[in-house]
Design a protein around this ligand. Structure first.
Ligand code: FRU
Length: 424
């Protein structure tokens, strides 16, 4: 590949830009890019735990994989505290909203299994207490490595710091269920470097997390996507012509948008096992547009690279906005250039009447999109809400060229396998 010299030095590629002009095309409530309303009568997976980010077991090529007919998902999980005095309000009632909002600080990785790709049964914690080096076990990706059932779980070890790590274990099946064994030794892989990816020292609100390893279908090499922010001291970023894009007269003012600096990071493995990684410049940056491009992942379809990432309304920069949901970009080759799907990037957003109904969407190669329920209004004014902490109805989308369309809705937490591996 030809190398070029730019903001990230002499590298094989320069990041593609999600511009303010692209983001001006984002429109909530377009039915082709809006998630159907989630009913406030949703069922919950468990009365004991909240779950949110859901990570289906898959192979390194991205295929959702069952083992011996068992589907397996990993979830970020936290105990619910209905009887804990710490979570009672002045009237002695359980303050579920506060409990839910505090969950990130005690997130742990759990797993669930199912024969039907739904109706998940709780397996338990993936790692025993004390195995993970930090307090928080944040999102990542479980990869089934072989027919022996070996699994590499890549995830983010957070507080103190934020380190991309991996831990190896094994999936074991019986007629009655699934257990995970091993997952005892966590290997740190890398942290933000401050040159390409922002560090905590540069910005206390930095993001560096959510590893998603994959094999490039074209060059066969092992890579990893992750969420980052563009390196540099908070407030030092420039929102120039390139970041603004082609805006109409009157839209040149960028306000304080220099504080929003999200990017989709990429690293390449130096070895076959994925134990030794080199960070490369981001694939995509959103400087002046949005501060978070979380849980980036790919769907490889029709020889193209469909890059998806989740983002929030509250992380948009001054003068641009959009719904919580999943956004997407497409390129003909891994290193881009990427263009926003549907012109804007928006693929599946929450309806404006229920802006927090779901989040953390994961687009699977079969066009099914899984997410979790955050909160759903229970009255017309939206002042009363019901907290979710459970799987949302799965949505089907069709990906066609540079466009996507919502085409179907399925059951809660429906994550069917794309292939089954018989363990040896
Ligand atoms: C997305 C997310 C991830 C992070 C986790 C923390 O919902 O913010 O980026 O790993 O949740 O709870």
């Amino acid at each position: 590949m030809k190398s070029t010299t730019g903001k990230f030095g002499k590298t094989p590629h320069q990041p593609s830009l999600w511009t303010r002009a692209d983001a001006l095309k984002v429109h909530a409530d377009d039915p082709t890019t809006t998630q159907p309303l989630v009913s406030a009568n949703f069922p919950v997976l468990s009365d004991d735990v909240f779950i949110w980010d859901t990570m289906p077991l898959r192979d390194i090529d991205g295929n959702i994989t069952s083992v011996d007919g068992w589907s397996v998902i990993f979830t970020l999980t936290a105990d619910r505290h209905p009887n804990d005095p710490q979570y009672l309000d002045q009237n002695g009632n359980y303050d579920v909203i506060r409990d839910w909002n505090d969950r990130h600080g005690r997130a742990k990785m759990y797993y669930w299994f199912s024969r039907t790709g739904k109706d998940w049964k709780l397996g338990g914690r993936v790692m025993a207490e004390g195995v993970s080096p930090t307090v928080r076990e944040w999102a990542g990706t479980p990869i089934l490595l072989n027919e022996q059932g070996d699994v590499d779980l890549y995830y983010t070890a957070v507080t103190p710091g934020a380190t991309i790590v991996k831990v190896r274990g094994r999936v074991v099946t019986t007629e009655h269920g699934v257990s995970l064994v091993g997952f005892e030794k966590v290997k740190p892989l890398f942290e933000a470097d401050g040159k390409m990816y922002q560090t905590e020292a540069q910005n206390a609100f930095w993001g560096f997390r959510d590893p998603w390893p994959f094999r490039d279908p074209k060059d066969g090499k092992l890579y990893m996507l992750f969420e980052g922010n563009v390196a540099g001291e908070r407030g030092s970023h420039k929102v120039g012509k390139a970041e603004i894009g082609d805006v109409p007269p009157g839209y040149e003012d960028v306000g304080n948008s220099r504080f929003q600096t999200a990017c989709v990071g990429i690293a390449v493995a130096r070895d076959e096992d994925g134990d030794d990684w080199e960070m490369l410049p981001p694939l995509l940056t959103a400087v002046g547009v949005n501060d978070q491009t979380e849980r980036p992942h790919f769907v490889f379809q029709d020889g193209k690279y469909y890059l998806f990432t989740i983002s929030h309304t509250f992380t948009y920069a001054d003068g641009v906005t959009g719904p919580d949901g999943v956004y997407g970009f497409v390129a003909d080759s891994l290193f881009g250039p990427y263009v926003p799907l549907n012109g804007s990037g928006l693929v599946l957003g929450n309806p404006s009447s229920q802006p927090f109904q779901t989040y953390s969407h994961c687009v699977m190669p079969n066009g099914l999109v899984t997410s979790f329920i955050d909160s759903v209004p229970t009255d017309d004014t939206g002042t009363q809400i019901r907290i979710g902490g459970t799987e949302a109805p799965t949505v089907g989308i069709k990906i066609k060229g540079q466009q996507t369309f919502v085409v179907a809705e399925y059951d809660y937490g429906y994550i069917p396998p794309m292939l089954d591996v018989t363990l040896k």
